[in-house]
Design a protein around this ligand. Structure first.
Ligand code: UDX
Length: 454
């Protein structure tokens, strides 16, 4: 099939590349010349494991090309998949990029006689596709929906594992305006991907995405809240508690003694909070959508409240342990919101760094690949913040360290190395990647999420 992808962020580009590798003819559209050039030269403009080699394969097979010309791309294809950003701002999601893209697509549909489906992949709150998007398309094209197709096909891609998640989906959800739209979008996937294809209406598809992300985020905040209770009580380790909880057969049935759902356990781990381009934005958007419908979603709101205080709790505990942060050198290990990405959006590291600087600490933040991105988003605080890509220089003579991102290179730092490098060997472990006993045996003061300081 000939498919146009509008927007080449990590969702759009991964979608385009994977569909091209699966044999479709894909045209990726982006407004930025540098991104288009880079895609056509088979260089991925974003860091996503596995994407570069698939992009090379797709470009060399001539199954994929990029352009800034949206009109031609829509004219030459059967479906436009819209994957532009929907950031959260001013109390609700910002639909301006979606509105602009579908207006431009609508203008093209005015001149296009052949049937074309507009399929929204960006995360949008329920009713957006069959109200805002539909109205703009009808107005711009001068045609009633039905003469063109309309669908909503949410993505469930984890950053860092987006290619794998796209190629091996758990489910493919297609919200469709009518049968013809559904059948067209279904042809993209049918026979190429092994997963149940669910047909729902447009607004249900939109809600599935929010409900899925809110559940995962709720599990994380739940784990973090249990951790905070454990911290108040001597002798309870949240890791032991949650491990036992996850063995419940309703989460994790065993087949021949093996857990069938070990992935689920990853969201039942206490830490210093979630970040990224999806969870925080989607949870906030769902809560404000519920408010707009006259329902105050208290549980959804608490997910964010817990997540916002979680990094600050760690800083307070560190402050208590070293008797004040003023003028102290603190190494922050990790700025990416999780390992294997250079994305720092909504990373708990940003909250931790800003709090440390507010308390007048001297911060050295270290990350294997994300320091450049952090430098762009953290406001300059004079000389009290600097970056490094080498953990040794960050830890050298430090008064304390905070582990935020569980990169393998940080897990490999031995207790002895910490002690040898640091001035005061105090570590706050925001992901529980180190073993408390070994740390303490080497002489470290170890602060762990979900473990008491008493
Ligand atoms: C998420 C969803 O998983 C994906 O399905 C959706 O389409 C987009 O949002 P992503 O943002 O890439 O994907 O992140 P994910 O790997 O799910 O982790 C999110 C955050 O939660 C990270 O900051 C991670 O560090 C944190 N996390 C995860 C925890 O704090 N504790 C955990 O137990 C698990």
């Amino acid at each position: 099939m000939k498919i146009c992808i509008v927007g080449t962020g990590y969702v759009g580009l991964v979608t385009g590349v994977c569909l091209a590798v699966k044999g479709h003819q894909v045209i990726c559209v982006d407004k930025r010349d540098d991104i288009v050039k880079s895609i056509n030269e088979a260089q991925s403009p974003i860091y996503e494991p596995g994407l570069d080699s698939l992009l090379k394969e797709a470009v060399s097979k001539t199954n994929l090309r990029a352009t800034t010309g949206l009109a031609d791309a829509v004219m030459q294809t059967e479906v436009s998949i819209v994957a532009v950003g929907t950031p959260y701002g001013e109390g609700r999601i910002d639909l301006s990029q979606i509105e602009q893209s579908v207006r431009e697509i609508g203008d093209v549909l005015k001149q296009k006689d052949k049937y074309h489906v507009v399929c929204i992949k960006s995360t949008v709150v329920p009713t957006t596709t069959d109200t805002t998007v539909r109205n703009i398309l009808e107005k711009a094209s001068g045609k009633k929906t039905g003469r063109f197709g309309l669908a909503m096909n949410p993505e469930f891609l984890r950053e860092g594992r987006a290619v794998e998640d796209f190629m091996k989906p758990d489910r493919i959800v297609i919200g469709a305006y009518d049968k013809k739209s559904f059948n067209t979008v279904k042809r993209i996937y049918k026979g190429r991907f092994e997963a149940p294809i669910l047909r729902v209406n447009l607004r249900t598809a939109e809600m599935v995405k929010y409900a899925s992300n809110a559940l995962l985020a709720a599990l994380i905040s739940y784990s973090n809240e249990v951790a905070s209770i454990c911290e108040q009580t001597r002798g309870i380790d949240v890791n032991e508690v949650l491990e036992a909880v996850t063995l419940d057969k309703r989460f994790n049935p065993r087949v021949k003694g093996l857990l069938t759902n070990p992935e689920m356990n990853k969201y039942l781990k206490a830490g210093c909070g979630f970040g990224g381009s999806c969870f925080p934005k989607d949870v906030k958007a769902l809560a404000s959508f519920a408010d707009s419908k006259g329902y105050s979603a208290e549980m959804i709101k608490s997910i964010m409240k817990i997540n916002e205080t979680q990094p600050l709790r760690l800083v307070s505990r560190l402050e208590r342990a070293i008797g004040g942060l003023h003028g102290k050198k603190v190494a922050v290990l990790g700025v990416a919101f999780k390992p294997n990405t250079d994305d720092v959006r909504e990373s708990p590291a940003l909250i931790i760094i800003e709090e440390l600087m507010r308390k007048m600490a001297q911060v050295v933040a270290v990350d294997p690949i994300a320091v450049e991105n952090a430098d762009k988003v953290i406001p300059a605080y004079g000389t009290s913040l600097c970056y490094s890509s080498d953990y040794k220089s960050a830890l050298q003579d430090a008064d304390a360290a905070v582990l935020v991102t569980g990169w393998p290179e940080f897990s490999a730092i031995s207790p002895r190395e910490f002690v040898a490098l640091m001035k005061d060997p105090v570590l706050a472990d925001g992901r529980r990647i180190y073993d408390k006993q070994s740390m303490e045996a080497a002489g470290m003061v170890y602060i762990g999420v979900g473990l008491t300081d008493m």
